[in-house]
Design a protein. Structure first.
Length: 291
């Protein structure tokens, strides 16, 4: 009983200190050792990996960047690993964006992954960045009938009709898979409602989303969505799958999601422990005789 009394009177600053240590120690440990904590992939993350892995070499993938730097903490690690798997599988990557800064993030991801680690891939032949196009759902409706009308030029200003990777692309149905990383509107939900539903099974889609968007998207899995990555947790699970498949020691840029999960893990464990301790104090107080 004395233990619960002492715990009940503990200065709240000790709680702040414990939370600080719970976040700082994993960060320091990973920084010193270079090792991350293991991740067990959920079926939704495994299905994202399978959807890409099952495509034949040379297949085109439509890769949507519907987020901005404000959400890149959650979404950029998954975009990096998604592009890495696509490039390693020798798929042809077509990047688009319906968010104003999405085109810039696509360009950065291409530079970080494709140009850096897959130098044999040629721009315009094996990958292209068509950049940002305004219009939200309007763009999605146009790609159903005329893809090049929706994206007439790429980020370099080259006409889509002259780009080899788009040579025989007429509509979005010519892409067997859509990979969309989105932070909100327009994004994953709109792609499902306006494109996937209209294609009637001709095109599959996998998605990555922020934590607040995940509950809205899980009802679409696994029918309209072939796979789903939710927040940094989903990114870490998928990242571990790609790293395992690639073999060897991954570069730090391919460990970002797993590195960011460790502080969350220990912080959440501490919060659960404090909640249990608070309930213990409450029930111990009810059993104590009143003076």
């Amino acid at each position: 009983m004395n233990f619960w009394l002492r715990l009940d009177s503990m200065d709240r600053r000790w709680v702040f200190l414990m939370m600080g240590l719970a976040v700082a120690i994993p960060i320091l440990w990973i920084g010193i050792t270079g090792r991350t904590f293991p991740e067990t992939a959920t079926p939704a993350a495994r299905d994202v990996f399978r959807a890409i892995d099952s495509l034949p070499e040379g297949s085109r993938v439509l890769f949507g960047f519907d987020y901005d730097p404000a959400s890149s903490g959650e979404l950029q690690p998954m975009a990096t690993s998604l592009m890495r798997q696509c490039a390693a599988k020798k798929l042809r990557i077509v990047c688009i964006a319906l968010w104003p800064l999405g085109g810039n993030l696509a360009q950065e991801t291409l530079a970080e992954v494709v140009r850096s680690d897959f130098p044999t891939m040629r721009e315009g032949v094996d990958f292209v960045n068509l950049g940002y196009q305004a219009g939200n759902e309007g763009v999605m409706k146009v790609v159903l009938t005329d893809f090049k009308k929706a994206f007439p030029v790429d980020s370099r200003g080259q006409p889509s009709n002259d780009i080899e990777i788009l040579k025989d692309v007429k509509t979005v149905s010519d892409f067997p898979l859509i990979v969309n990383v989105g932070a909100g509107y327009p994004g994953n939900k709109e792609w499902i409602q306006y494109v996937i539903s209209a294609c009637q099974g001709k095109v599959k889609m996998v998605a990555g989303c922020t934590g607040v968007s995940a509950p809205q998207l899980y009802p679409y899995y696994p029918v309209q969505l072939a796979g789903l990555l939710g927040a940094i947790k989903g990114a870490a699970e998928y990242e571990s799958l790609v790293n395992e498949a690639m073999g060897g020691v991954p570069a730090p840029k391919y460990l970002e999601a797993q590195r960011r999960m460790a502080p969350q893990l220990f912080g959440h464990l501490l919060m659960v422990s404090l909640i249990l301790a608070g309930n213990g104090i409450y029930f111990a107080g009810k059993r104590r005789p009143q003076r």
